[in-house]
Design a protein around this ligand. Structure first.
Ligand code: SAH
Length: 473
């Protein structure tokens, strides 16, 4: 089984520094089920091609695997493992190229993050789910995918196609990114069981996937397959991936709630973002705009959902947009992913053509930052001119403030809040808008509901009414 890695960005032999393998030598590493040999096909200024030859020892395999009641009797002796790229290939990559995979380069550390012009070839990759599935895994990461499917047996064409492919992938990324993608996605394609999956695998997956898995549109199936469909482990990993972005949420209520209740405070902002995302999802929105997107927390959640084809973020604050750009890793996205997202600077108090024509819009904890008189301008910008098919809008519930530790009459949750509304005030305002601009509106609490004062936050979902047919006169 061969994996070849080619770099054509000059000086091409930089690849050999990154792989920590000398171009003039053949080197071998021991694996639990065989050996991996590394050598070069070519190493000059124009092109450098490293080859990893995986030499599985079928006897060793049986020894390691042990009998398995579900297999047919000969499976441990007769199988495709020695001839295909599987989790053994991931193990070989981790062992043979451990520095590169972990982002270290002793001699030329400046190369680690540099995108090279890379092409890899996997001689035989089993893909359960076929070429379409293969593309769904690699294309969102920016790869150009070329796959050749093999027949089961050339002499018996009637038997049809096999699940084996020769795969060539091209991309302009760093070697570390390439290896971390292969490490995780090869066993995902194969979807077979070879070794015991433990909690330790969850950690490995999260470590190797840290820069790309949380925003990959197929993250769920990747996690489930990688963890061999062990539901509890997969759920654990998905939970971490989803909450990773929320860890750094330092919401505004923190100022009022004091340091005693940080968990409550993190939870409520998380709940608001999730509630907004779910409202946009269940309305079937494809193109969404996050108005007052702040540091891009909601956008990050939205981009992880493939239902959203395009996500635009707008904020008046340039600084917030810069933080959002980092959080969303806009500079490191593949072309396909980066076409799904834009950040623009703009104010919600002026009509703006760039936010017109969207199915859905979110305004999460934004209105209370505007002076009351400016709110009328926001209303028109959003509901009269931009006129999205639906709007999800949240704002604090002022009644809840009495439950905070250092409550003082009239004190707001954040120094930049210009007002905070009771449930009644919010409902009156929102119903007026719905009436004036032909929307239907419904309200729900966000977060735990206190029987007396309601929830911490409140949410309104507006849906544009279908235009009445012109009556025939
Ligand atoms: N929606 C984000 C941020 C909420 S904070 C979140 O939930 O995480 C409020 C945001 O509204 C700030 O980022 C602020 O810059 C933005 N904002 C305030 N006035 C605005 C205006 N007139 N136009 C656009 N954005 C505005």
């Amino acid at each position: 089984m061969l994996l070849t890695i080619t770099n054509r960005k000059q000086p091409a032999s930089d690849l050999s520094f990154l792989l920590h393998k000398h171009p003039a030598k053949v080197q071998s590493v021991e694996l639990s089920a065989g050996k991996a040999h590394i050598f070069y096909e070519r190493a000059d200024n124009e092109e450098c091609t490293a080859v990893l030859l995986l030499d599985i020892d079928p006897v060793g395999l049986v020894r390691n695997d042990g009998p398995n009641g579900n297999d047919f009797a000969l499976e441990q002796y007769v199988n495709d493992r020695p001839y295909v790229a599987s989790s053994f290939m991931s193990a070989a990559i981790a062992k043979a190229f451990s520095s590169a995979l972990n982002g270290r380069c002793k001699d030329k550390p400046e190369l680690v993050d540099q995108p090279l012009s890379l092409e890899i070839k996997l001689a035989v990759l089993p893909v359960r789910g076929g070429e379409e599935f293969l593309r769904r895994l690699f294309e969102p990461l920016g790869y150009e995918v070329n796959a050749t499917n093999h027949t089961l047996d050339d002499t018996f064409p009637k038997w049809g196609q096999s699940r084996y492919y020769t795969v060539i992938l091209k991309n302009e990324i760093s070697v570390q990114q390439l290896l971390s993608h292969l490490y995780v996605l090869i066993p995902v394609c194969d979807n077979d069981k070879h070794y015991w999956v433990s909690q330790h695998e969850v950690e490995k997956l999260l470590e190797k996937g840290q820069d790309w898995l949380d925003t990959h549109p197929e993250k769920e199936i990747i996690v489930r397959r990688y963890l061999k469909h062990q539901r509890s482990l997969a759920n654990k990993a998905l939970e971490v991936l989803i909450s990773k972005d929320l860890e750094d949420v330092v919401p505004e209520e923190a100022e009022l709630a004091g340091s005693e209740e940080p968990e409550k405070v993190v939870r409520i902002h998380e709940q608001r973002l999730v509630a907004a995302r779910d409202a946009l999802l269940s309305a079937g929105c494809k193109r969404v705009v996050d108005l007052g997107c702040g540091e891009g927390r909601l956008m990050k959640l939205l981009l992880a959902e493939k239902a959203f084809e395009y996500v635009l973020g707008m904020d008046v604050s340039y600084r917030c947009l810069e933080i959002a750009k980092d959080r969303l890793k806009l500079e490191r996205l593949s072309e396909k992913q980066s076409n799904r997202v834009r950040l623009i600077q703009g104010s919600l108090t002026y009509r703006d053509k760039r936010i017109e024509g969207f199915d859905g819009a979110a305004l999460v904890e934004v209105i209370e930052h505007l002076d009351r008189p400016r709110l009328a301008a926001l209303e028109r910008t959003v509901f009269e001119f931009a006129k999205p098919g639906m709007v999800v809008l949240t704002t604090p519930n002022a009644e809840y403030n009495v439950r905070f530790e250092d409550y003082e009459e009239g004190k707001m949750r954040h120094s930049d809040h210009r007002f905070e509304w009771t449930r009644k005030e919010f409902e009156t305002w929102a119903s007026g808008i719905a009436e004036r601009y032909s929307y239907e509106v419904s309200f729900s609490p966000v977060g735990e509901v206190d029987p007396e004062v309601g929830a911490l936050s409140q949410m309104a979902v507006f849906k544009l009414k279908a235009e009445k047919e012109e009556s025939l006169s």
